[in-house]
Design a protein around this ligand. Structure first.
Ligand SMILES: Nc1ncnc2c1ncn2[C@@H]1O[C@H](COP(=O)(O)OP(=O)(O)OP(=O)(O)O)[C@@H](O)[C@H]1O
Ligand SMILES: [Mg+2]
Length: 226
């Protein structure tokens, strides 16, 4: 069930400029793709079109995954601030066909993956911005969703934590999740099999490369500007 976009155009208002100006792109199942490009080039708009938040003004988007099954990672986490970390993740997996013990184990696994071992019973509003971001990532990945849409998921994180989080995201991809990541960070893009660069609402370049596998080295692969 690939995500397919054909000649997608978008204007925020009928008189306004074309924010997306003929984007044609297919994202195969289980691919991890980075959307990069200058500020204002249309990355967030394109992500919102994929996720059904915006409808294209023209062109076609085809995706068999219902938008309700897609999971979002926003730049600013949206969490239940007064609830604990465990409650925030548990709600996200409450509809999964897992018993209580499996759910508990899954919460623990996700927290370990994002470096938050021991934080399950902390209230979200007592955590730092970067810790909250990691809760949001753990929550988005916990139910093994078919598609994750992430808008600058590592914007608040240091390099070591970014590596940890990208390894967690790559692990989800290895389990079959299609990941679409908007990022300004070449290191993050280097984890992706494909890097799509937008400029002025059009695809400027598409780079297919060897995605970085789970590791902690500093080599950057396949993410340079053209
Ligand atoms: N709600 C809106 N109403 C009108 N114009 C908008 C709206 N949101 C975004 N735009 C315009 O659409 C263009 C693309 O915005 P978008 O947010 O998609 O860019 P971006 O590539 O995600 O940028 P950044 O890297 O800064 O997040 C910009 O020119 C922006 O001003
Ligand atoms: Mg944006």
């Amino acid at each position: 069930m690939p995500i397919e976009m054909i000649d997608v155009r978008f204007r925020y208002s009928s008189q306004g400029p074309a924010v997306l100006d003929g984007v044609t792109l297919t994202i195969p199942d289980g691919q991890m793709i980075a959307l990069v490009g200058p500020s204002g080039s249309g990355k967030t708009t394109l992500l919102q079109i994929i996720g059904g938040i915006l409808k294209p003004s023209d062109g076609m988007v085809r995706c068999d995954t219902p938008v309700g099954r897609m999971r979002w990672i926003f730049q600013t986490p949206i969490l239940l601030a007064r609830q604990t970390v465990r409650q925030n993740i548990d709600i996200a997996i409450s509809t999964a066909p897992w018993n209580a013990r499996t759910r508990e184990a899954r919460v623990g696994e996700m927290l370990a993956d994002v470096g938050l071992d021991g934080y399950a019973d902390h209230r979200v509003n007592t955590l730092s911005g970067g810790q909250q971001q990691r809760v949001q990532i753990a929550r988005a990945l916990a139910c093994r969703p078919p598609v994750v849409l992430a808008d600058e998921p590592t914007g608040q994180l240091d390099h070591a934590t970014t590596t940890l989080v990208m390894n967690a995201i790559a692990k989800a991809r290895d389990h079959g999740t299609t990941m679409v990541l908007v990022t300004h960070d070449e290191y993050v893009a280097s984890y992706c099999e494909r890097v799509v660069r937008l400029e002025d609402g059009r695809i400027h370049s598409v780079k297919d490369g060897d995605a970085r596998r789970m590791d902690d080295c500093d080599m950057v692969v396949g993410a340079s500007d053209e």
